[in-house]
Design a protein around this ligand. Structure first.
Ligand code: ZN
Ligand code: ZN
Length: 337
């Protein structure tokens, strides 16, 4: 089988082709598997012609952004889909609502494509399942040894302390987080561990409503409501807002970034992440036991992570976009084309 980067990760065997999380159109491939709803993974939903497979949750999250899901088929965890010689099985990837990793069984071995991955269990999502495979296509967002996240509970405590202190000083704490994933985690942290009311930016509320539709309980006031206005004027709420939103709109607002990138951010920030950190990525590789690791979605970190996988785990590894990989079970060690 051939695995290569061609506007997405393309897997090909005897004329059957599937593409995973394509960021742009690929005219050679008519079937796409989509791991989750974040925009850098789900743009195939904007291509009306390609057949799309994803979880129902992923589709619902994309639809609230105004996309019409055509040519789409739902996938359920551990339910196989056959496609000629390919058998595709989704598993939890632990990242955001409805996020999957895909196990692709072929006559020439099994590939696991992780999409974005988190191996810690969070307040909203079950952790990623390690799956035995021959080829592991691994995301590398935090694929460098300097990325080691503190325990989530310690981060949550820090967030609550900062918010309580700010409110006492008459400031309204604004947590800037990814609207899908981290925003809902922040809401659950304050719902479960405090009595502080939560006000949610309308872009976050839109996503909250999808979580609620799938049975996740969340207490918040939409920022456009009268209750929210009242709570903010009494300095009695935190605000959860999208990451990129400017926070200089009010002199009494004080903002903090919530993201794994907090480890490299100078301002007030909390390293709560929906990705695996470097040690967790390495552990995940060991648990999957692949013959080869192809790294992706990490920019420069893809090659750094590959280097460490080779050095520390003794498994052949390189970025998937470096060179096409012709993998066969009879001679797994790199018939490069
Ligand atoms: Zn993501
Ligand atoms: Zn991503």
């Amino acid at each position: 089988m051939m695995i290569k980067w061609e506007s997405g990760v393309l897997i090909e065997h005897r004329g059957t082709r599937i593409i995973l999380d394509p960021p742009s159109k690929n005219p050679r491939c008519r079937v796409a598997f989509i791991t989750h709803a974040h925009a850098d993974h789900s743009s195939a939903f904007r291509d009306n012609k390609i057949s799309k497979f994803s979880s129902e949750e992923t589709m619902s999250l994309v639809v609230v952004d105004g996309v019409k899901a055509r040519e789409w088929q739902p996938l359920k965890v551990k339910e196989k889909v056959m496609m000629d010689d390919f058998e595709v099985t989704p598993h939890h990837s632990g990242h955001v609502l409805g996020s999957y990793e895909f196990e692709i069984a072929t006559p020439e071995g099994t590939v696991l494509f992780t999409g974005d991955l988190n191996t810690r269990s969070s307040r909203t999502i079950k952790p990623a399942d390690p799956i035995k495979c021959d080829v592991l296509v691994l995301e590398s967002t935090f694929g460098s040894p300097s990325f080691v996240f503190p325990p989530d509970e310690i981060v949550a405590k820090g967030m609550i302390e900062w918010a309580s202190r700010s409110l006492k000083e008459g400031k309204v704490p604004v947590f800037r987080a990814d609207s899908l994933g981290n925003a809902q985690e922040v809401i659950r942290i304050f719902n479960e561990d405090t009595n502080i009311p939560v006000v949610s930016h309308w872009r976050v509320s839109k996503i909250n409503r999808v979580y609620e539709a799938y049975g996740y309980r969340m207490k918040y006031f939409d920022i456009r409501s009268e209750e929210a206005y009242d709570l903010i004027s009494r300095r009695n709420a935190i605000i959860v807002a999208p990451k990129r939103l400017e926070s200089t709109y009010h002199p009494d607002f004080i903002s903090a970034l919530v993201s794994g990138w907090a480890l490299r951010f100078k301002g007030t920030s909390f390293p709560l992440s929906d990705h695996a950190d470097f040690p967790s990525l390495m552990e995940f590789v060991s648990e999957c036991g692949p013959k080869i690791v192809l790294t992706c979605h990490g920019g420069g970190f893809s090659s750094i992570l590959a280097k460490y996988v080779e050095k520390n785990l003794g498994i052949k590894a390189y970025p998937v976009n470096l060179i096409p990989t012709n993998f066969s079970l009879s001679s797994p060690f790199l018939k490069k084309s």
